[in-house]
Design a protein around this ligand. Structure first.
Ligand code: NAP
Length: 313
């Protein structure tokens, strides 16, 4: 089978498409034939070596966190799935391994694919959808009528975050670049700000939650836009920010929360439920597995709307 691996940290050129043996599932595992894998900024942070504290530096390493596919074989202890089931799932962020024709998973890594989505759309759900759910329901704990600012609203997490915040009854201000102004309205944003033309620090409005998905807004800067008991969420779990948040949250009404995405079957099911209702999944470009370097080169330059996905033919 084909599998993408790398033997040193670097840019997308370290990614190699290799031939490997198809893995054999143990009693409590399933073998999945992969149909599509989504591209996440986490991928290039890990293969770029930015996260070697968590990923370790032992090679070869694998790529690809979230995927859709079909159950090919089940171990003898598997009861919840059968051969032929269409599923989505998420692997360990720092180990990856979904960019392969086949992957071995545990029952708790997967749920049934939403029936109304293609394999490509379904693969775009887990990492960013779970992140958006965790941000809205746990970190910011968004309540009806609260005012929420989402900075970086046209990316993978942002598009889901806007829709979920609206579904929770919040009033959403979405910050995007010029190309996504119309789309952000379509996803449900009440107000849209073009960050290329307007500095959010010039706003007079204060928010109950400020969510930064761009990695460019600091807590210090965000505080000016926060109400007294508001929450700021960052997706960058840097050690100094984690430490700072601990002391800040003991003493300040303005809370600093940090996303560390935790996949659970319960949240994956919540997500597929949303997809089966009306959650819009936005795909930018799709690629085939033999274009893996091109796919990561293009995606890592940004300027896309939604998600890029790699398909297995
Ligand atoms: N800690 C965790 O567990 C965890 C989990 C998942 C993701 N993440 C991280 O979360 C971040 C967001 O993930 P994602 O998948 O949504 O990434 P993404 O798809 O790359 O989205 C980032 C968004 O930020 C926007 N942006 C760039 N510069 C901006 C600026 N100056 N002001 C406002 N917006 C700006 C981009 O819009 P334009 O293209 O229009 O500029 C883009 O829509 C990434 O850093 C990712 O690594 C962390």
């Amino acid at each position: 089978m084909r599998k993408v691996i790398y033997n040193r940290f670097g840019d997308a050129n370290v990614l190699e498409l290799t031939e490997q043996a198809v893995p054999v599932p143990e009693q409590n595992q399933l073998l999945i034939r992969v149909k599509a894998v989504s591209i996440n900024p986490l991928d290039w942070k890990v293969y770029g070596g930015e996260m070697k504290l968590m990923s370790g530096s032992k090679f070869p390493k694998s790529v690809g966190i979230d995927f859709s596919g079909i159950v090919e074989k089940t171990g003898s202890h598997i009861t919840g799935f059968k051969t032929g089931d269409e599923i989505i799932g998420m692997l360990d962020v720092f180990k990856g391994g979904a960019l392969a024709d086949y992957v071995v998973v545990k029952e708790t890594d997967i749920v049934l694919k939403p029936a109304n989505t293609s394999f490509a759309e379904a693969a775009a759900l887990p990492v960013t959808g779970l992140s958006a759910l965790q941000i809205m329901d746990q970190l910011a704990a968004v309540q009806p009528n609260q005012e929420i600012l989402i900075n970086g609203a046209s990316g993978g997490i942002g598009i889901f975050a806007v829709q979920i915040a609206r579904q929770r009854g919040a009033k959403v201000t979405a910050v995007v670049s010029t190309k996504s102004l119309d789309e952000a309205k379509q996803w449900g944003a009440d107000k849209v700000i073009d960050y290329k033309k307007q500095d959010i620090q010039q706003l007079t409005q204060k928010f109950d939650a400020v969510i930064d998905l761009s990695g460019r807004l600091t807590f210090k800067a965000a505080k000016k836009r926060m109400k007294d008991k508001a929450t700021f969420v960052t997706t960058l779990p840097e050690p100094q920010v984690l430490l700072y948040s601990f002391f800040n949250n003991l003493f300040s009404g303005k809370k600093l929360k940090i996303l560390i995405v935790k996949p659970t079957v319960e949240n994956l099911k919540k997500l597929t439920g949303l997809a089966e209702q009306n959650l819009q999944i936005v795909l930018d470009k799709t690629y085939f597995i033999n274009e893996v370097r091109k796919a990561y080169n293009e995606a890592s330059k940004g300027k896309i709307i939604g998600k890029s996905v790699i398909l297995f033919d």
